[in-house]
Write a protein that binds this ligand. Structure first.
Ligand SMILES: N[C@@H](CCC(=O)N[C@@H](CS)C(=O)NCC(=O)O)C(=O)O
Length: 221
């Protein structure tokens, strides 16, 4: 178990892909923490006080100080607990590449999947999401070595793999509940399968069936 792991609290919500990322990073590093699931329809005092700007989860509270935004939280976790499962590459150019694709994943990939979900299955948004998946497929071919393993980090999960892992349940969940037609991206698919089979995914990712029911319930409202 990693040291300096006292006083770590996570404000989360189980269906949130951003919470899943942080849970996965904590599990990969073996960081003990208290998970405080949040009701986003009735936001708690601790959530409003720790994230007064966006009022969103996830929030990581370490030694009383809140750290916000999932990608920033994962950077923080990697900096404070660098010994176990390092996530960001050492090389400055590769670190810059990871930051570039992190930005793409949040601004383009996540955004198009969320818009598909909110539009109740718009075909044009489906196509936009697929184009974004194909760009991730290209990045994997460029940055990841297929001989070493399925991840951007080769055999072990790196920062980008942690950011992408929630898609292992969200893509099939949206596919089954809302008819998303995903593009054929064999490398990306392999990455997601390996992420879902990783021992740390057991605590970080929900079952696809449970998420599918949640998405179906949401879309029928
Ligand atoms: N960019 C943020 C996104 C976090 C986010 O969108 N959280 C959602 C749950 S998935 C939330 O808290 N929504 C509550 C609200 O919008 O009021 C991150 O990466 O942490």
């Amino acid at each position: 178990m990693a040291s300096r792991d006292q006083e770590v609290t996570l404000l989360s919500a189980w269906p949130s892909p951003y919470s899943m990322r942080v849970k996965l990073a904590l599990a990969l590093k073996g960081i003990e923490h208290e998970d405080l699931p949040q009701d986003l329809g009735n936001k708690s005092k601790i959530l409003l006080e720790s994230n007064p700007v966006h009022k969103k989860i996830p929030v990581l509270i370490h030694k009383g100080k809140p750290i916000l935004e999932s990608a920033i939280i994962i950077h923080y976790i990697d900096e404070v607990w660098p010994e176990t499962s390092p996530l960001l590459p050492q090389d400055a150019f590769l670190r810059a590449q990871h930051r570039f694709w992190s930005d793409f994943i949040d601004k383009k990939l996540s955004d198009s999947l969320i818009r598909f979900f909110l539009s109740n299955g718009d075909a044009a948004v489906n196509e936009e999401f697929n184009q974004n998946c194909l760009l991730v497929e290209g990045a994997l071919a460029e940055l990841g070595s297929e001989e070493e393993g399925p991840f951007f980090g080769g055999a072990s999960m790196s920062f980008l793999d942690v950011l992408l892992a929630p898609y292992a349940v969200w893509i099939p969940g949206v596919e089954q509940a809302m008819g998303l037609k995903p593009a054929k991206c064999p490398r990306f698919h392999k990455l997601l399968t390996a992420a879902s089979e990783h021992p740390s995914a057991k605590v970080a990712l929900p079952q696809v069936e449970k998420l599918k029911e949640y998405i179906a319930g949401f879309s029928s409202k």
